[in-house]
Write a new protein. Structure first.
Length: 182
């Protein structure tokens, strides 16, 4: 694959050892964006941490967000002056942070709904307990992202039993091959 900085952005409570993001990190050497507090995520802290890590990448970055990591990417892109440093993003299982029950758990995470200034693909499950497929499609459209329904995979996390999830890694490889924007 092209030399690209791949940044893994887990969601709330981080991605455990059996999560596909952790498999990719171990197998391919991708870099996890470590947050200061995985249990009480503060939007400003999470996007500031992404900015710091991204500025350390020598090559254009491809972002791989899962769940709240997707929302962090969208929030970061709506504020950063460094979006040109990102080639593309793979956004998996975005939660519906506008839903009342999720807002109660994760206050301050209203979705940023501006188009992303880089290529993106949203992959979502038809039985995700944190976001309906219709809402995931709406988020993808708001972000100007392509959309893929991956079937009944729950929240597309460790419980989904995906291991290294070759289908999504193939999608990531396609994103990595994209030409950089001028």
């Amino acid at each position: 694959m092209n030399p690209t900085c791949v940044l893994i952005l887990p969601g709330w409570q981080n991605s455990g050892p059996d999560h596909w993001q952790s498999h990719w990190e171990r197998a391919h050497g991708y870099q996890r964006v470590e947050q200061h507090d995985w249990q009480r995520p503060l939007r400003g802290d999470w996007i500031a941490r992404l900015e710091d890590v991204l500025l350390g990448c020598a090559q254009p970055a491809v972002l791989v967000g899962h769940s709240l990591g997707c929302m962090a990417v969208a929030a970061w892109a709506s504020h950063s002056r460094n979006t040109h440093r990102v080639k593309a993003a793979l956004l998996v299982a975005p939660p519906d942070t506008a839903r009342e029950d999720i807002t109660q758990m994760l206050p301050g995470w209203a979705p940023a709904l501006q188009p992303l200034p880089f290529a993106a693909l949203v992959m979502a499950s038809s039985n995700d307990p944190f976001c309906s497929l219709q809402r995931a499609e709406q988020l993808a459209a708001a972000w100007g992202a392509a959309f893929e329904d991956v079937g009944q995979r729950g929240h597309i996390n460790s419980d989904s039993g995906l291991k290294d999830w070759p289908q999504a890694h193939a999608a990531l490889a396609r994103l990595m091959r994209l030409k950089n924007s001028p």
